[in-house]
Design a protein around this ligand. Structure first.
Ligand code: SAM
Length: 211
């Protein structure tokens, strides 16, 4: 992943961001040690950003598309109230096996429900309304995830999409995933159902609020 801001500044931002819980630190370490694609995990700065969004919005029901080893789900679950609920989905039994192990070790894990299977099927099956949706799975389906989730998000609810800068490749798309993300960004820009801002945090985050 390309660094958009100088490493020194990025490190300074990280140094001035709250720490993660010891369990999340262990989860990130295990993911880096055992998975071939650990960069998929959002990391502490973006994780704390999501956690703060959950707190600030007083979200109670969250939908996450793309669980991987469970880092972002657990980060957000830590900010949910006791009766809060986070549904997350993924197709990877190995990655979510790690996720389950860590969720089971956390007092916040019982707020998390994993749906193993294609996200589009999960979105179709579950009932809204959600206060917050985090899209972080296969890039080719981002527009579909956005459109399928929209009716299940309450008015005033928040939608967050990760990797919207795709290491800057959205500026001159070549690969299928580059084109998919460029098209997604265009889709969001023209979507009158939301107010949205694109943030150059890590690999780019779109933060939107449903009108
Ligand atoms: C970037 S990772 C998610 C990282 C996670 N949100 C975190 O920060 O800890 C993307 C995940 O999407 C999953 N995925 C890919 N295609 C999918 C699909 N069609 N349905 C559900 N999940 C999918 C992958 O298996 C992978 O674990």
């Amino acid at each position: 992943m390309l660094n958009f801001i100088p490493k020194k500044i990025e490190d300074y931002c990280a140094d001035n961001t709250s720490p993660e819980s010891p369990l999340l630190k262990k989860l990130a370490e295990e993911t880096h040690a055992t998975m071939s694609n650990p960069q998929m995990l959002i990391g502490r700065v973006e994780g704390v950003f999501l956690k703060l969004l959950v707190k600030i919005t007083s979200a109670r029901r969250i939908l996450e598309i793309g669980s991987f080893t469970g880092y972002s789900a657990l980060m957000m679950a830590e900010a949910l109230p006791e009766d809060g609920r986070l549904i997350t989905c993924d197709i990877d039994p190995r990655a979510t096996g790690i996720a389950r192990r860590y969720w089971d070790s956390s007092p916040h894990g019982r707020k998390i429900e994993l749906k193993l299977g294609p996200a589009l099927q999960t979105i179709e099956e579950i009932e809204g309304p959600f206060d917050l949706v985090f899209i972080d799975a296969d890039k080719e389906n981002y527009i579909r995830y956005w459109d399928e989730c929209m009716p299940k998000i309450r008015s005033g609810g928040v939608i967050i999409a990760d990797n919207v800068l795709w290491s800057g490749r959205v500026l001159a798309p070549k690969e299928k995933s580059d084109r998919a993300l460029a098209a997604f960004n265009n889709h969001v820009r023209n979507d009158r159902r939301v107010d949205a801002v694109m943030l150059a945090i890590r690999d780019g985050i779109t933060l939107a609020c449903k009108r």
